[in-house]
Design a protein around this ligand. Structure first.
Ligand code: BG6
Length: 497
């Protein structure tokens, strides 16, 4: 038997898309293979593409073979999983689709008995959210059934600015209760990201140092070596600020900056993250250029391969102004962090894929070993989110020999070495949490609204003010050279991950 004996049905909207094939189905399969997916379960998938159940199952098998952490050991085991998959072709704007979904769910629930637990998943482009949410409401599908749950998982982007995010929230609130809504940010499901809170709040040694008296600067980097791939049309409308900064990087900042929550539960954790958002100094329109920097990649070489520039990518305008790199300088105005700069940067087609958080501590007040204290590296704690997941702390050590010279050494912990095997994918953890009703690692609507509010002046300046530069950078570099001057104002420099 599976770990939690809780029958459920998952309904995926947008099931012919990339997210379902690359992420959702591989995650569901890996959970099933690891015997952690509650049983019995049913996965009802729908999209516009005409397909039979068997065609859909074949397609999902290909996705699982290519992307899942755990590969199907035999046809029989896969077939058992696949027998729970059904496919309903249909137009999500058409109420008749929802009648079909309802009758499929009712039939499944009658056959298996037990509670009617339903989880809807919006894996479509966001332009369809209105129709899906409205139609679920109109068809009576949003109501929880007696003894069971009804929940909805919504994929980012949650709106494209403050107003549209508020409109989405109003729409959701008209149909679902807030505790039924699960806004997903897959970064929160990553093992290394979950570990930030464990590092901070399960160890006694860091918390006393975790403040303005000891921390000089925080740098958060999410670097990708990939370009926009097949998503040029989407990315043209989004850009790095909306695609990555508004969600993933600001969430990482909140996990680093938040106060200890009273418990590890959705309410307290999300309350503390909201407080951080409220404490970030607003970016006044006149200060956008001091607080934010944007760039766009041109042609270059990534891992020895020639790659086109952003403007040459499919679906991208030849004179596009969309940023593929964004950097922010933020100040958290509270007792813990006043005066400590938080530098955030993210970009596509950078030198390598590397996401990390670096906490640079202050230097010793007086250096007795050498005249020039600047020659000794400041202690830095680096949390490596991916790849090569782990943490490293740089400390100064005596170089062996007759003279007293110092060298920086790293105390390094690597997940792979210590725990072995592959960590579960973010979607595995998050799907399971939604099934079990744990929203701790999901976003609350008020956090999303705060994040949009913070970035609105930047979005507006970048969209409307032609005087704000869009710095070019070569694909395969670490971003625009202007980014160096941007961070140098505080005397710092970007780390090379
Ligand atoms: C997604 C963005 O949210 O995150 C993508 O839309 C980006 O543009 C992706 O590539 C990065 O996720 P990961 O898990 O590969 O770091």
């Amino acid at each position: 038997m599976a770990a939690h004996d809780e029958p459920f049905s998952l309904v995926i909207f947008g099931a012919s898309g990339d997210l379902t094939r690359r992420k959702l189905m591989p995650a569901l399969w890996s959970l099933y293979a690891g015997r952690t997916l509650p049983e019995p379960f049913a996965i009802v998938s729908t999209a516009r593409t005409e397909m039979s159940d068997d065609d859909f199952r074949r397609r999902m098998r290909e996705g699982v073979d290519e992307f899942a952490r755990v590969k199907p050991p035999s046809a029989q085991v896969w077939d058992r999983f696949a027998s729970a998959l059904t496919y309903i072709p249909g137009d999500p704007t058409d109420p008749r689709l929802y009648a079909k979904v309802e009758s499929a769910l009712t039939r499944i629930e009658a056959e298996r008995g037990g509670a009617a637990n339903r989880l809807y998943y919006c894996a479509t482009p966001p332009s369809l959210y209105d129709d899906i949410i409205g139609n679920l409401g109109a068809a009576g599908l949003a109501r929880a059934r007696p003894g069971g749950f009804t929940r909805i998982v919504v994929e980012k982007p949650f709106g494209h600015d403050y107003e549209s995010a508020q409109a989405l929230d109003r729409l959701l609130a008209g149909v679902f209760h807030e505790d039924q809504v699960y806004r997903i940010d897959h970064y929160l499901g990553k093992e290394t990201v979950q570990n930030i809170l464990v590092l901070r709040f399960a160890n006694g040694i860091f918390e006393p140092l975790w403040n303005r008296n000891h921390v000089a600067e925080v740098q958060i980097t999410v670097a990708e070596s990939l370009g926009v791939e097949t998503r040029g049309a989407y990315y043209e409308e989004a850009g790095a600020l909306r695609d990555m900064m508004q969600n993933h990087l600001l969430q990482l900042l909140c996990l680093i900056a938040m106060e200890p929550p009273v418990s590890f539960e959705a309410g307290p954790v999300r309350d503390e993250k909201n407080k951080v958002m409220r404490a970030i100094r607003p970016i006044e329109p006149a200060r956008v250029r001091d607080s934010a920097l944007r760039g766009q990649y041109g042609p270059g070489f990534v891992e020895g391969k020639a790659v086109p520039g952003y403007r040459q990518e499919k679906g991208v305008a030849a004179d596009s102004k969309t940023e593929t790199y964004a950097a922010l300088r933020l100040i958290v105005e509270n007792w813990r962090w006043a005066g400590v700069p938080f530098y955030l940067r993210t970009g596509k087609r950078l030198k390598k894929r590397a996401s990390e958080i670096a906490i640079r501590f202050q230097r010793t007040p007086h250096m007795i070993f050498q005249r020039d204290p600047a020659g000794v590296e400041a202690n830095t704690l680096v949390i490596r989110i991916q790849p090569d997941e782990g943490m490293a702390l740089t400390v100064a050590a005596k170089t062996p020999g007759p003279e007293l010279t110092l060298s920086p050494v790293r105390l390094d912990f690597r997940y792979g070495e210590v725990f072995g095997g592959e960590s579960p994918e973010a979607y595995e953890r998050l799907l399971l949490d939604a099934i079990h009703g744990d929203a701790t690692l999901y976003l609350r609507g008020d956090w999303v609204a705060q994040a949009w509010k913070l970035l609105t002046p930047v979005l507006e300046a970048w969209a409307r003010d032609p005087a704000v530069p869009l710095s070019a950078y070569e694909a395969g570099s670490w971003g625009p050279t202007e980014a160096d001057a941007f961070i140098a104002r505080d005397g710092g420099s970007w780390r090379t991950p």
